[in-house]
Design a binder for this molecule. Structure first.
Ligand code: PMP
Length: 402
């Protein structure tokens, strides 16, 4: 018999597995709102025009080759990514005390950051929002850190449980790591206001917590790159602040499968920064040695070239705008069908997802009876909806909750 005869089947990923089941569903009415991937009005994946152009330029540049990148990745890409997140005029950036390395998209940045904390940070406690993107828990557990939750979602109002959040962070042991979604919170779509961010910052400073920002949706939430970076920049500017940042270009450049991201560590001096970089290299080398060249070259081209950058901003605002329009469409279709209860939270929630409050049983009705695929916590990807299907989705919801 095989030495793996009694091996357990791997745990099924709660989000990625939805697409497998969806693919196998032969019903033409089926609707995939499970995975957070942008779709056009026609339900097709979108490659941004600006990405096509940048890619052409990269491929036809005679200077392009297939050599290895350094362990830390494409240096220009790293610099431009840092400036995109922190802002060009950021003091820590100008003082060369933000270290940035290219990573395998946002997941890779989170994992590398987690590995770094496990090896070089004394406190082993990580606080996640309740709920959070499921991979946060598995990533931090994998590296041996202990995960706790801070209250985040208020079920009744379907908004932020601000009091709960504050009180839980106040009782977090000194030095705890706190993971913060810088905008477009996944899965709830509820973000703190700037004033609430200020209050969170105050506690982070008081309790000496270490923020780990997860930026998977910069520009994708509001349509504006700077507005979506406001929370990170506020924290970054606080005196004596050290923090980590995981960036992903999966959504905002639509580079999902190219795996383009970055990890930044803001510290207090250039000297410490260069040592941190050395330790990140020591983690990267035995893991994947160096990151891939292609996607980062595309992103760097867009970030560097003034015309392409402007074009990107327009396309980004277009995606954000279509998602907002889908919120409006779904809300109106629910109103038209006199769906019981207050559904205005759909309009208030931000970013790719809406957290509907549907129970697991109701979600099962949505999928089994209506072929609408969503996560079993009731998260729907608004980016997967089109105007022509909003009525169908509303009908399914009304049926599932009756
Ligand atoms: N963080 C959050 C909150 C996300 O929603 C995602 C994308 N689903 C990621 C990180 C990273 O995704 P990727 O590895 O594809 O960049």
């Amino acid at each position: 018999p095989s030495v793996w005869e009694d091996i357990e089947p791997g745990e099924v990923d709660p989000i990625l597995s939805i697409s497998d089941v969806w693919k196998a569903d032969a019903d033409p009415k089926k609707l995939n709102l499970g995975v957070g991937a942008y779709r056009t009005e026609e339900g097709k994946p979108l490659v941004l025009n600006v990405v096509r152009k940048a890619e052409q330029a990269v491929v036809s540049d005679p200077g392009t080759n297939k050599e290895y990148l350094p362990m830390t990745g494409n240096a220009e890409f790293c610099q431009l990514s840092r400036e995109l997140a922190f802002g060009k005029s950021s003091t820590p950036v100008q003082e060369n005390r933000v270290v940035t390395v290219q990573t395998l998209s946002g997941t890779g940045a989170l994992r590398l950051g987690a590995e770094f904390l496990a090896a070089h940070y004394p406190c082993k406690l990580v606080y996640l929002s309740d709920p959070s993107w499921p991979s946060h828990l598995t990533i931090f557990n994998k590296v041996g850190l202990q995960v706790r939750y801070y209250r985040y979602f208020h079920a009744e109002s379907k908004g932020l449980d601000f009091q709960g959040l504050i009180s839980d962070l106040c009782s977090a042991p000194q030095g705890s790591v706190v993971v913060l979604h810088n905008c477009a919170h996944n899965p709830t779509g509820c973000d703190p206001t700037l004033q609430q961010w200020r209050a969170i910052l105050e506690i982070v400073v008081q309790r000496q917590l270490l923020p780990f920002f997860d930026s998977a949706y910069q520009g994708f939430a509001s349509g504006d790159l700077d507005e979506d970076a406001a929370s990170l920049r506020m924290f970054s500017a606080a005196p004596g602040m050290e923090l980590l940042l995981a960036q992903s270009y999966a959504k905002n450049m639509g580079l999902y499968g190219e795996r383009v991201g970055a990890l930044s560590v803001q510290c207090l001096s250039k000297r410490v920064g260069s040592r941190i970089e050395g330790q990140l290299k020591a983690l990267i080398r035995p893991m994947y040695s160096n990151p891939p060249i292609h996607g980062a070259a595309i992103a760097a081209k867009i970030l560097r070239d003034k015309d392409l950058y402007e074009e990107w901003k327009v396309e980004l605002a277009g995606m954000a705008g279509r998602i907002k329009a889908m919120r409006q469409a779904l809300y109106e279709e629910l109103q038209r069908r006199k769906a019981p209860g207050d559904w205005s939270f759909i309009l208030r929630q931000i970013g790719m997802f809406s957290y509907t409050g549907l129970t697991r049983e109701q979600c099962e009705i949505m999928t089994r009876k209506h072929h609408v695929y969503l996560t079993m916590e009731g998260r729907i990807s608004m980016a997967g909806l089109s105007a022509s299907r909003a009525g169908y989705l509303a009908e399914a919801i009304v049926d599932a909750i009756k």
